[in-house]
Design a protein around this ligand. Structure first.
Ligand SMILES: Cc1cc2nc3c(=O)[nH]c(=O)nc-3n(C[C@H](O)[C@H](O)[C@H](O)COP(=O)(O)O)c2cc1C
Length: 237
């Protein structure tokens, strides 16, 4: 993961050059970065040769490449509701599952299990779990389950972290899938009793979320989100 290339003369690795306007980094358009680039953390400058340079604080220059890729990824993820039948490569599935394994959990209890289901031949029973045509278009469905008896419980009020743990693992999985060009869709509106039957869940294992896993056959729509002013408060409610 490379940071920005040096802009000469190099000043202890803190300067970077890009090809023209400050809306591009590493040669790719990065519209989301514009306000950041325009902000006080960036000191725009021109090189001796006239090339546009931007200067990062040292700590940001270390992680600039990482930040760009992370924001690209979360921008790229969307709820895929049409899938190609193409198989998911075993190596990709392994990486996606590894991403879930590395997720943080309360007190590192890891109170989750992921059930990977091959859809072919099970379409009818899977539709009983979640009745949407696109749900069984992908070659795989993943059911993320929680084991509350293994989850960390906050002593003060008895709050059990299992659902939080499962959700973080699922988000790791979903973002890893996006990174590998695969599509997913969080599904919580499924029939829990049917899920218990179809996936053979024993007592004490709770299905929390499902997702198909396969190659997208649709396109993302616009990201509709509340503005930060409606989502963030500072210092107190
Ligand atoms: C916890 C959770 C449950 C969801 N359940 C469903 C669902 O049952 N069916 C569905 O089609 N989408 C479901 N979604 C997808 C949301 O509708 C979607 O994430 C949201 O509209 C934002 O769109 P985007 O994912 O394309 O950015 C769920 C998302 C989350 C996070």
């Amino acid at each position: 993961m490379e940071g920005p290339p040096p802009c000469g003369p190099e000043v202890d690795g803190q300067t970077g050059r890009h090809g023209g306007r400050p809306s591009t980094l590493q040669g790719k358009p990065q519209p989301w970065a514009q306000s950041w680039l325009d902000g006080p953390d960036f000191q725009n400058c021109l090189n001796a040769d006239g090339a546009f340079c931007w200067q990062l604080p040292a700590e940001l220059s270390q992680i600039a490449g990482l930040i760009m890729e992370y924001f690209d990824l979360i921008q790229k993820r969307y709820s895929v509701r049409a899938y190609k039948p193409d198989p998911v490569e075993d190596a990709k599935l392994a990486k996606i599952l590894e991403a879930a394994r590395l997720a943080p959990t309360g007190a590192n209890r890891q109170p989750f299990q992921l059930i990977v289901v091959h859809v072919k031949g099970r379409e009818a029973e899977l539709r009983r779990v979640y009745h949407r045509e696109w749900f069984t278009q992908a070659p795989l469905v993943i059911c993320a389950c929680g084991l509350p008896a293994q989850g960390w419980v906050r002593g003060m009020d008895g709050f059990n972290c299992t659902v939080v743990d499962v959700t973080i693992a699922m988000d790791h999985l979903i973002l890893a899938a996006t990174d590998l060009g695969l599509g997913t869709c969080w599904i919580a509106a499924f029939d829990v009793a049917a899920a218990r039957r179809v996936f053979g869940l024993p007592h004490g294992v709770e299905p929390i979320a499902l997702t198909p896993l396969g190659y997208p056959a649709d396109q993302p729509g616009p990201k509709e989100r509340k503005p930060l002013t409606e989502l963030v408060r500072y210092e107190r409610w």
